[in-house]
Design a protein around this ligand. Structure first.
Ligand SMILES: Cc1cc2nc3c(=O)[nH]c(=O)nc-3n(C[C@H](O)[C@H](O)[C@H](O)COP(=O)(O)OP(=O)(O)OC[C@H]3O[C@@H](n4cnc5c(N)ncnc54)[C@H](O)[C@@H]3O)c2cc1C
Length: 398
């Protein structure tokens, strides 16, 4: 058994783990990241693409925001398409100047990986059988296997940044946590293509044929989604069938402007709302998807992960630099107050925009009425805008 020591053992090299590692490094705190996949595999996962201000600020704080500011696209509004008509929500105006930024999760991950490699910081890829031990004590440990050798890391804290299917949450005794879950009866079929986006901003579509989203990763790369039944298989969807269905859910302007091309990636993602309470177990913390999942309708997943990391890194820095555990003690409660609000918004926006199998014609009419109200009421528009750009970190304390 090869034994080493670090201050913080981070499990998972997704956005949460990498961002946490970078912020701790800036503060002079040692951390090792253990990741079960290869770096290329992590970079190949096509996921989120909309950053809230909190996430942008954190990339800057971590010293890795330069390319993001150069290549990211600032968006001050979104379009809602329903009843065949498009309506713009002017988020910038309704929130007193706040925006979001289009910058792919893969790009953000690449920037963080490059910075970590340039600083010579330890990341163990292809770490197998990662197990967390003794996090209820003052001497937690992490064990793993790499290249046929067993390793043990002694540490002060464990950061569970290992996503929904990770080992950290699964290692907590069942009676020490409560899980809340809602699984939606449909999925999102996503298609990525090197074609210019159909619109400068994102279009969220409520159509009789189901939800669609016209998103983007850059001025030359588009990401489109279709609501599909959970029984659909991605192999059954040809590119031509995808484009045809998207056209049917768009308005005339969208159909005219849509540029189609071969897919670079196509996948079906299930939709789920999921929250774990609490997010701290002795000296182990959950952050990001390890603790909560949102349906992607509100573009909140990556941004919630970033907020957790902001709160956790501040708490750990306070522990080491100021010898205070106040931040550690309030970590779970502080994160969860904001997480529940983002979970609520994501669930509400999903419910408003999708066709549910058991809903009759009356629910479609309710949706139209609510959307019509929202776009004609300044209060309604502001409700969407301030949630979409992201609530302030301590919203409830304002
Ligand atoms: C298919 C899909 C599409 C998405 N689309 C969007 C979107 O459009 N918009 C949006 O806002 N959000 C989206 N999300 C959510 C967003 O991508 C996540 O919220 C974000 O990745 C969370 O980052 P994370 O670092 O917490 O978790 P992850 O990115 O899941 O990273 C966790 C890491 O831990 C590693 N790991 C897991 N188990 C272990 C183990 N036992 N040992 C070591 N390492 C382990 C994993 O390999 C992974 O690299 C999507 C998610 C998925 C799955």
């Amino acid at each position: 058994m090869a034994k080493t020591r670090t201050q913080v053992a981070i499990i998972g090299a997704g956005p949460s783990g990498l961002l946490l590692g970078q912020l701790l490094h800036k503060a002079g705190i040692d951390a090792v990241i253990l990741e079960r996949q290869t770096g290329d595999y992590v970079l190949g996962r096509i996921r989120a693409g909309i950053l809230e201000q909190v996430c942008i600020d954190l990339m800057d704080e971590a010293g890795v925001g330069e390319r993001m500011h150069r290549e990211g696209l600032v968006h001050g509004g979104i379009e809602l398409l329903f009843g065949g008509q498009r309506h713009r929500i002017d988020m910038n105006k309704l929130t007193g100047g706040k925006n979001v930024m289009v910058y792919g999760q893969t790009e953000l991950t690449r920037d963080l990986m490059d910075a970590r490699a340039a600083a010579g910081l330890p990341t163990v890829y292809e770490a197998h059988d990662v197990a967390v031990h003794d996090f209820g004590s003052t001497k937690p440990r992490v064990t793993y296997e790499k290249g046929g050798v067993q390793h043990e890391i002694e540490c002060d804290f464990i950061a569970g940044c290992d996503g929904f299917h990770g080992v950290c949450r699964a290692s907590v005794p069942r009676n020490a946590l409560t899980e809340y879950e809602k699984v939606y009866p449909f999925g999102w079929l996503g298609l990525l293509s090197d074609t210019p986006p159909v619109c400068d901003e994102l279009i969220y579509v409520n159509s009789p044929r189901g939800f669609a989203l016209c998103s983007q990763r850059s001025r030359t790369r588009s990401r489109y989604y279709l609501q599909v039944p959970l029984t659909d298989k991605v192999e059954e969807w040809t590119d031509a069938a995808f484009w045809q269905e998207l056209r049917l859910r768009l308005d005339d302007e969208g159909r005219d402007k849509l540029v189609t091309g071969p897919s670079i990636e196509k996948s079906i993602a299930p939709l789920r709302s999921f929250i774990t309470e609490p997010m701290r177990f002795g000296r182990m913390f959950l952050a990001g998807d390890a603790g909560h999942i949102v349906p992607p309708t509100g573009a909140k997943g990556l941004n919630l992960a970033a907020t957790d990391v902001k709160v956790l890194s501040s708490a750990l820095i306070e522990h080491y630099q100021e010898k205070s555990d106040a931040g550690i003690d309030s970590y779970s409660e502080r994160c969860l107050r904001r997480i529940w609000k983002a979970e609520r918004f994501s669930w509400w926006f999903t419910t408003l925009m999708h066709r549910f199998p058991d809903d009759g014609a009356i629910v479609a009419k309710f949706q139209q009425a609510e959307l019509d109200y929202l776009i004609h009421s300044e209060a309604g528009g502001r409700t969407i805008a301030e949630n979409y750009v992201g609530l302030p970190l301590d919203f409830a304390e304002k």
